[in-house]
Design a protein around this ligand. Structure first.
Ligand SMILES: [Fe+2]
Length: 187
């Protein structure tokens, strides 16, 4: 089944995403999000590599898709580039590594801080409790595909993963695509 065009904003060079983003539920599970980023990587790596750019000092990114249920992004990471420690404001997420590898330091509420290396081809889905910091420790350049549901929930940044509070904020009310389009376009 194909998603109604009016409920999906797609990157102009990726009409193939339509089927992967067919509506299923207001909030996708971590497993469903992992399936989305893994399928995008497996079936669209050539067009994604055509779109991919690198930038410094700020990281490059582009939004691949936005629906009322999910958002999908392509991000690049030069050696040394990374995020601040952050959570996802109550959203679930997933990412798949398209190029290179990404080092992740993560923590679940009240849990220990752990490290995980994500290599090209890997894909991870995670629930709302996972706070993390993601970095390209290089030297190869890296790129990754990220999905979140519900879409455009503001992330919360911290000086340290030790500062992440135990409580996970409630999810915002479902917003229409027209309302979501009013938000800034940033991952
Ligand atoms: Fe994140």
């Amino acid at each position: 089944m194909t998603a109604p065009v009016s409920h999906t904003d797609l990157h102009v060079d990726l009409p193939q995403l339509t089927d992967l983003l067919a509506p299923r539920s207001p909030v996708w599970t971590p497993n469903e999000l992992r399936g989305l980023v893994a399928a995008a990587r497996a079936s669209l790596s050539a067009p994604l590599l055509d779109i991919l750019r690198f930038a410094s000092p700020n990281r490059w990114w582009t939004r691949l898709a936005l629906t009322e249920e999910v958002e999908l992004w392509l991000l690049s990471w030069l050696p040394g580039q990374g995020t601040a420690p952050h959570d996802h404001g109550g959203a679930a997420g997933a990412f798949s590594v398209l190029l290179g590898s990404l080092a992740e330091t993560y923590r679940y509420p009240s849990g220990p801080i752990r490290n995980q290396l994500h290599v090209s081809g890997s894909a991870l889905g995670f629930g709302s409790g996972r706070a993390h910091q993601v970095q390209n420790l290089g030297p190869p350049r890296a790129a990754s595909i990220h999905a979140y549901s519900p879409p455009l929930v503001p992330t919360r940044e911290y000086a340290s993963l030790r500062d992440v509070p135990a409580e996970i904020p409630p999810l915002p009310a479902r917003r229409s695509l027209a309302e979501l389009r009013l938000e800034p376009v940033e991952p």
